[in-house]
Design a protein. Sequence first.
Length: 553
Amino acid sequence: MWYQFVRDSFFGRSTYHLSKHKFFSYREEASDYEVDKKYLVQEYAPSKASATNEATGKVCDSSDSSIACEKDASTPQSSVILVTWDGDDDPENPRNWPVKQKAFFVVQIAFLTMSVYLASAIYTPGVDQIMEDFHVGSVVATLPLTLFVIGYGIGPMWFSPMSENSRFGRTSIYITTLFLFFILQIPTALVKNIAGLCILRFLSGIFASPALATGGASVSDVLQLPWMPVGLATWSMGAVAGPSLGPLIGSALIVAGGWRWTFWFMAILSGSAFIVLTFTFPESYEKTLLARKAKRLRAITQNSNIKSEGEIENEQLTTRQVLVDTLWRPIEITLLEPVVLAVNLYISLVYAIMYLWFEAFPMVFIQVFHFKLVPMGTAFVSIIIGIILAAIIYVFIIYHQFTKKLLAGTMVSPEVFMPIAIVGSVLMPIGIFIFGWTAAPDLHWMGPIIGAATFAMGAFFIFQTLFNFLGASFAPEYIASVFASNDFARSTIAGVFPLFARPLFLNLKTKRFLVGWGSSVLGFICVVMIAIPVTFLLIGPKLRARSKYAAKW
């Protein structure tokens, strides 16, 4: 199985093609491989369980109960032979990988996500030095952070739909964009003006985006629905740990060598991730794997009728349709799906507050409590502690309320996540109020730490439950676009917030409480947003029923 990971990695695939299939060959290419009889017949009529309509080429699965599909299945069939897995237990199917390999795969996604996500927050402790070096104000010095975050919101609008096309798959996009991200860190560390820094950070954000938006879709490639929430929780810990560790690592690097060393560190980290993942990160997208299998079977049998579902879809797509699927679908989902719109709004708020805190933490712990730069960075560890505690509680609850029931054959609707989401929606404003109203010189610094950890617990509950709600609510083939729309919304909104963070807190400060009323504004917004998970709990099925992209429950 580990051989399979290397074989299907970027390195393995490149070696396979360069050696003309001599190295990292597949079982179909072995001399003793027995080709399934259905692939040897030139005129093969697919069974009722898996039919391809001659006129439309639509692939119908036995689980599809739509009238259109039944009608298609009853019409005369073409000679197309649809490639499938060799049985339900086919080891080539990512969902049949052993547990150890699945865990390693998910950990790699989390590592990749953390490696690029660090780049957003690692920049923030160096803002004062950048203001001095480039002779700019605080708003302009914060702009590279904003552009990075907006960049990794825009990128998935292209990369995620591409990852849903069998021609590309997941791995080639991950590895190619990671390499470009790594290369961009070098000129960023050497840049001589603020304009160049802004441009390079924006481009870096774009190429950092696939891990952030498509990571959840990759998890769903290898895990069945009962276990998907656990996998998403693991991946999300990497996603949230990155921005939380960034200020701590950035503070230490800036004290030791200046702000440019934060980008040299990112070059080393992303370069290391590129080397490791190039050799060990396999392709997981089913349509891409089956398209490759179809190509091998055509070469062996000389039967041009052998096709995969992904190939059939691509043959029928015009250039216009490809552009629509690639560019318009995430936008359509963002604007026209009420469930996605509400979830995007809420998660955008969570991320916006997190990035606001990148500005509030230095104000509280340096100006109020007189911490030095590195000890100030350690204050962000409170967020990680809150996330770890929340993850333990979340996985325990979800296993009993979701995973265990599905494994027992009990039907569970996506709304099962909403009670935990409501708890998270209450914890968030509580944490914000504690953070803001305990940040005073005559009070202990532990108060804001507790507030930050409480907010982090609530934010993690919200992040996990709503992402799993999206993952369970929509059909698998649209998950990457759903997550891309979410990433675009939250990144665009969260990226803008740091620009007015300092004015927000300073204009509302009092003599004793520097961030009290500014935090309260955010807290009151969070209180209003509690209505979103409550609404999903009450009328979620009705909202999902209106969606043309929704999964069938």
